[in-house]
Design a protein. Structure first.
Lengths: 227, 148
């Protein structure tokens, strides 16, 4: 069976989000027809809560909840999946100038995977940094669909993927309840644990999926003759 | 962490005001300004029959104290530019006409982040409001953003 996960979301544990996890899960249950997700990954800013246990909420709503982190580097923001104690000892996740290449290589060595997110975004996206510095090595995938993208940003991300042959994921980057699951990633395989997720991101088959509603074109106003 | 500041700043009260008297007139001006219609805050007779046994200020009245003459004088700053990036309020107990509110402020948190527009340093100042009985009525977290 395939699995659809929102790989990028922020609960109220992030300083700029006011969304309780339970409200996210309730929203996804109510909106399942529009956003048929099997789970979400909490990627709180510059932190990782190893002790957080969401099993009761998972059971209540029947939705998988995994934990990761969004950290900040000299090449922009990066999602780190498969965070473990060795990583949090090696890197200060609160540091907004982490060395991206070192992070990618070390996280891989320690059993995780680091995925640059919203690469098309100014200042904190890979594209802008690739214009000034050498491209990063050993990038497995980047986030090409981001629910918080502005006009043109996802398109820049897509061009990057085409140019460098990266894998492509999607995530809502939700900070508000109603935005959860707007972008996500469909995996061919069954993903039930963070280990499954890391394995699939490294070697599996997946694609970004977009559940954002299409805006209807506004019809031109009919000409009115003024007498 | 790359951001340099004196860790002793965190948690240390840096400013305490004299008691600020709260009058019925102040509450009326506030309810008029925000269009409040709840009789608990606008009608003394109705409020007397309510859960607090008398008039109370609307909860958001708590954020009005740190304005004008009671605005901060000593907020730690990083860089040159900055702005008020919002407030989080925890309401603990009602504020009533006749109360005297004392405000004490400390730096709760300092952190750096990056976004579309570049680097930002956030200073979170927590102001605790206490009434004349020493009861906490609210905590207001003021979020100030600075450009390093």
């Amino acid at each position: 069976m395939s699995t659809i996960l929102d790989l990028h979301s922020h609960s109220e544990a992030s300083e700029d989000s006011r969304a309780p996890l339970e409200a996210y899960l309730n929203w996804l249950r109510l909106r399942h027809a529009e956003r048929p997700l099997h789970g979400i990954v909490l990627t709180e800013h510059r932190q990782f809560n190893a002790a957080a246990d969401y099993r009761a909420l998972e059971d209540k709503f029947g939705i998988l909840v995994l934990k990761a982190s969004e950290v900040e580097t000299d090449y922009g923001h990066v999602l780190v999946f498969g965070v473990n104690e060795e990583m949090t000892r090696r890197f200060d996740f609160a540091d907004v100038r982490l060395p991206a290449q070192e992070l990618i290589d070390e996280v891989a060595r320690m059993g995780g995977v680091a995925v640059p997110c919203h690469p098309g975004r100014p200042t904190v996206g890979l594209c802008e940094h690739y214009g000034k510095k050498p491209p990063l090595e050993n990038v497995v995938a980047v986030e090409v669909l981001n629910g918080g993208s502005r006009k043109g940003e996802d398109e820049r991300s897509e061009e990057l993927v085409q140019r460098f042959g990266y894998g492509a994921i999607g995530g809502s980057d939700s900070h508000l309840v109603s935005l959860i699951g707007l972008c996500a990633t469909r995996f061919d395989a069954d993903v039930r644990t963070i280990e499954d997720l890391v394995r699939e991101l490294r070697t599996g088959a997946y694609e970004p999926v977009d559940f954002r509603p299409r805006r209807k074109a506004v019809p031109h106003a009919a000409a009115v003759e003024v007498k | 962490m790359a951001l340099n500041y004196d860790p002793a700043l965190i948690g240390r009260v840096f400013e305490t005001t004299d008691p600020v008297p709260v009058s019925a007139e102040m509450i009326k001006k506030f309810t008029d300004a925000i269009g409040e219609t709840n009789p608990l805050h606008t009608d003394p007779a109705a409020a007397a029959k309510g859960p607090y046994g008398g008039m109370t200020a609307p909860p958001s009245f708590a954020v009005t104290f740190r304005n004008g003459q009671h605005f901060f004088q000593h907020v730690p700053r990083f860089g040159k530019q900055g702005f008020d990036a919002g407030k989080d309020v925890e309401f603990v107990a009602p504020i009533r006409p006749g109360d005297s509110i004392t405000l004490s402020s400390h730096v709760k948190e300092i952190y750096e982040k990056t976004g579309r527009t570049g680097s930002m340093v956030f200073v979170i100042v927590r102001t605790t409001l206490k009434n004349q009985k020493g009861e906490v009525v609210a905590h207001v977290d003021h979020r100030f953003m600075n450009r390093p």
